[in-house]
Design a protein around this ligand. Structure first.
Ligand SMILES: Nc1ncnc2c1ncn2[C@@H]1O[C@H](COP(=O)(O)OP(=O)(O)O)[C@@H](O)[C@H]1O
Ligand SMILES: [Mg+2]
Length: 335
């Protein structure tokens, strides 16, 4: 039986999201830690650290311990998660809650085990890991408990996980190193090359959300982008339009679509015909890139849609398993 206070955790490359039984989504903060370089002393986590991105003095490092979908720094990941949980547990619990957690697909089995132990010390009674593809599919309301095949692509900041599921398991899977961060980097490179304009990560993300797209925007959208002119070294503002940012992202979008196609090609024929009919569902924050679903269905000629609450699908999937532990036990990974 799930108890009030049990939680679902999406430990993402970009955000940590926590769902609590009885309260819904109670927590969402960036997966970022600010560290003083010389002493290795942690200065801030999450939103507070995010505010320092691109503004911190040179003796402070802003670290994303899960960048690129892997656990780059176990100790920082564990400290960050324990700190977040202490703020949630401190406020709401008197008993030790249980958790269902989903981690990026590049996290190794040993790291998952170590994380579970560390969370036990931090006050969780029991943490179980739910495969990210299964969490995303559950959160997107896909039915993969029977023999019918469903396809989900979870687009995070660090990468994209693409899976075909049926009979309650993942049948075909591939992970691509293309995600929201890569789009941001492509925009930085494009503006540097075309205008000698150097912009920071936060500006680039804003440009991506406002102007970026997997299709051209019609009518075109324009915005002023401020950065540093690499020749004069001085601040400069340039008007940039959505066609330019579409071009900047084009190669990655093509690679992403090819990645989806490659998974369909690896899918056994019977399941592939289910996918041709049912299509692919996109989850994760980066699934909201303008026109992405249309671009995928245009090229691959299969239905494609962005799931409702796309950025929360993984945590909602964890929450579903947390709330029905006996009915959904078979979906949990044996860690
Ligand atoms: N409207 C949007 N258009 C394009 N990208 C977006 C949009 N909203 C969020 N993103 C991107 O989604 C990514 C974060 O997705 P999320 O699922 O929260 O990350 P993660 O699973 O890595 O923690 C970021 O790269 C962010 O820039
Ligand atoms: Mg995500």
């Amino acid at each position: 039986m799930a108890q009030r206070g049990d939680i679902g955790i999406d430990l993402g490359t970009s955000n940590v999201v926590v769902y609590m039984r009885g309260n819904g989504v109670v927590f969402r903060e960036p997966s970022i830690v600010a560290v003083e370089q010389e002493s290795n002393h942690i200065l801030a986590f999450g939103n507070e650290a995010y505010r320092m991105v691109g503004r911190a003095p040179s003796n402070i490092s802003i670290i994303r311990p899960l960048a690129q979908g892997e656990m780059i720094d176990f100790d920082l990941t564990s400290s960050m998660l324990r700190y977040y949980l202490s703020t949630i547990i401190g406020k709401h619990f008197f008993s030790r809650p249980r958790a269902i957690m989903s981690v990026p697909s590049g996290v190794k089995e040993m790291e998952k085990k170590a994380l579970i132990t560390s969370l036990f010390d931090a006050g969780l009674r029991r943490t179980q890991i739910l495969d990210r593809n299964i969490a995303a599919a559950l959160g997107a309301q896909l039915n993969f408990m029977g023999t019918y095949g469903s396809m989900v692509a979870d687009l995070s900041a660090g990468g994209t996980d693409i899976a075909v599921l049926c009979n309650s398991t993942v049948t075909v899977f591939n992970s691509l190193h293309i995600g929201g961060d890569h789009f941001d980097d492509a925009i930085i490179r494009y503006l540097r090359k075309k205008y000698n304009l150097l912009i920071g990560e936060r500006t680039s993300e804003q440009v991506k959300i406002t102007l970026g797209g997997a299709m051209r925007r019609n009518p075109k959208v324009e915005m002023d982008v401020t950065g540093r002119n690499l020749i004069s070294g001085l601040p400069k503002t340039i008007a940039v339009d959505s066609d330019e940012i579409y071009e900047a992202l084009n190669d990655y979008v093509d690679d992403l679509i090819e990645g989806v196609q490659a998974v369909i090609e690896k899918t056994p024929p019977q399941l592939a015909s289910d996918i041709f009919e049912g299509g692919v569902t996109l989850t994760g924050g980066a699934a909201s890139l303008y026109g992405l679903a249309e671009a995928i269905s245009g090229v691959l000629r299969i239905p494609c849609r962005v799931a409702p609450d796309a950025r929360d699908c993984v945590v909602l999937g964890c929450a579903k398993v947390m709330m029905d532990p006996s009915g959904m036990r078979h979906l949990l990974s044996a860690v």
